[in-house]
Ligand binder design. Sequence first.
Ligand SMILES: [Fe+2]
Ligand SMILES: [Fe+2]
Length: 277
Amino acid sequence: MDRRTFIASVGGAAALASMDANQKADALEFAMGKELEEKQGNMSSADADVKPNGYIAPARVFRTYGKDEMDIPKKQPGEFFHMGHDNRLPRMSDKPSLLEFFDKRIGHSSHLLQSARLAKINGLPEKTVFACLLHDISVSGFISGDHGYYGSQLVAPYVDEEVSWAIKYHQSLRFIPDEEVGYPYPEAYIRYFGEDFKPEPYIFKDAEYARNHKWYMTARQICINDVYSFDPNVTVSMDDYVDIIGRNFHEPEEGLGYDNSPSSHMWRTMIFPNNFL
Ligand SMILES: [Fe+2]
Ligand SMILES: [Fe+2]
């Protein structure tokens, strides 16, 4: 992605300048994922993905670039706010599974599939391949800011603790090079954000904690397989990962969103993005 396209994607140079370092990195990840989908012909130029099954998936639930967002239109007499299923989105079943979310709500899945594929090619354990498959689930379907933290919470009730831990800490570790294991500082961050780009202190603090943790390499492997997973010439099918999901994601009987887990409300927000009350 060229720098100009990236700046345009966030609403211009002023909008970029108003973001903190972490928001910039999240915006870049989002823009690169979107560009990948466009190159592969998977999405319209609008803010939505047209999935291969014809569904249109929303880009993500929240944008916080702020200033350019439309005001909520004033309600006129006789008009009502829409609640419940949004007809602009594919209707979700009463017991949605992770795959149904991938189909109908999670955009930009090519990047996730590519990084899982790379992890597999690199001979990593299935748990790590699975963590790669979910690592940006928040950017793609829920909230892009602090995506590692939100993504981790979203899946935590349904996956091995090591998987949700690794998803959380890939966000901070991506800023910290570890040449010994083949992870230099991402060259893209220098190109996009300049030499003096520096993440917030909490990122360094959390990365240092992760660096000394027994699961460090699982999170680090997400970063390693992440940076090479924006290849427009590689197409990966979700069908190849159905078994891995089956073995590693504990689907709740009631369906995601309806099982009263600590993250049910987050899945429900994706089902009903407009239900503010
Ligand atoms: Fe990420
Ligand atoms: Fe990623």
